[in-house]
Design a protein around this ligand. Structure first.
Ligand code: NAP
Length: 258
């Protein structure tokens, strides 16, 4: 009998896991996307798009589609869907795993300023510099809109959602980025401070190396804690192990991006 795995996606790990599971006989895999990105990267297996309508709607979906395993592979900052997944899995008795890549840690030479939220990042900025590289994604930028004395470079895959700070230049780009790419961007825009979420993974870490090399301060927004009781695994290989499946070649510590 085939097993149905629902992956809550929107990350590189989710796509990688879907590709692995879709190639295995006896497994049906569906990836759920929020529908925020206009042209999402291709995903193997079945795909559904859009919200479920809260934890109750997700529980209904799990029942209606006879899901055996729910893998929450959403971004570490997607806290609402992660909380919903835990509740829906508990309500339906569905086996659930939370695939969460480890966060970043500062190394020698890093000038990090950890903060608890985008609002706290905005509060810290005026003391740290006037030309800011915001790589926190396209949402939540209203937190910076009152900083009329600072200028911003915002990078995101799709255009950022207004309201934005008045002096904002938008760079539309999809990672991964190399250290040379990031150094060029930081130098080119004469950036003197960065703001990033602690997304973790290798593919978006190059900006941190570039900032360190240039001696720039980085405001790092701490990630939300996983919900109590969630079974957390750090990578695709960890999910496969939990499911009793053999690891694919080249998985495990593979790089990740948003
Ligand atoms: P969120 O705040 O945790 O979720 C808000 C609502 O969006 C959820 O309640 C749910 O709606 C819907 N949703 C989120 N992820 C979904 C999914 N994979 N499938 C179906 N519905 C989903 O999420 P977010 O921070 O806006 O992130 C949205 C998506 O973008 C996630 O899939 C995440 O992996 C990806 N992403 C987020 C970030 C980030 O920084 N937050 C960065 C990169 C990628 P209902 O309640 O109606 O079910």
């Amino acid at each position: 009998m085939s097993q149905h795995v629902l992956i809550l996606g929107g990350t590189t790990e989710a796509r990688r896991l879907a590709a692995d599971l879709a190639a295995r006989p006896g497994i049906r895999v569906t990836t759920s996307l929020a529908g925020r990105v206009a042209r999402p990267a291709p995903v193997a297996g079945e795909v559904r798009t859009g919200g479920f309508g809260g934890p109750g709607g997700l529980a209904d979906w799990l029942r209606a589609h006879r899901v055996d395993v729910l893998v929450d592979a959403t971004h570490p900052f997607a806290a609402t869907i992660t909380a919903n997944a835990v509740r829906a899995a508990a309500a339906t008795g569905t086996r659930a795993l939370l695939l969460r890549r480890p966060g970043w840690s500062p190394g020698p030479g890093d000038r990090w300023h950890p903060v608890g939220s985008l609002d706290a990042a905005a509060e810290a900025l005026p003391r740290l510099g006037r030309r800011v590289f915001l790589s926190t994604g396209r949402l939540g930028l209203a937190a910076f809109r009152h900083l009329t004395d600072l200028s911003f470079v915002v990078r995101s895959v799709d255009p950022p959602e207004p309201p934005l700070p008045p002096y904002t230049r938008v760079v539309l780009a999809r990672g991964p980025f190399t250290v040379a790419d990031e150094t060029r961007l930081l130098r080119g825009h004469r950036i003197d401070v960065l703001v990033t979420k602690d997304s973790g993974g290798k593919a978006t870490a190059a900006k941190l190396t570039a900032a360190r090399d240039l001696g720039l301060p980085v405001v790092v927004v701490r990630r939300p804690e996983p919900p109590a009781g969630a079974t957390v695994v750090p990578d695709v290989a960890g999910v496969l192990l939990r499911l009793g499946l053999s690891s694919p070649r080249g998985s495990g510590a593979a790089d990740t991006c948003p």
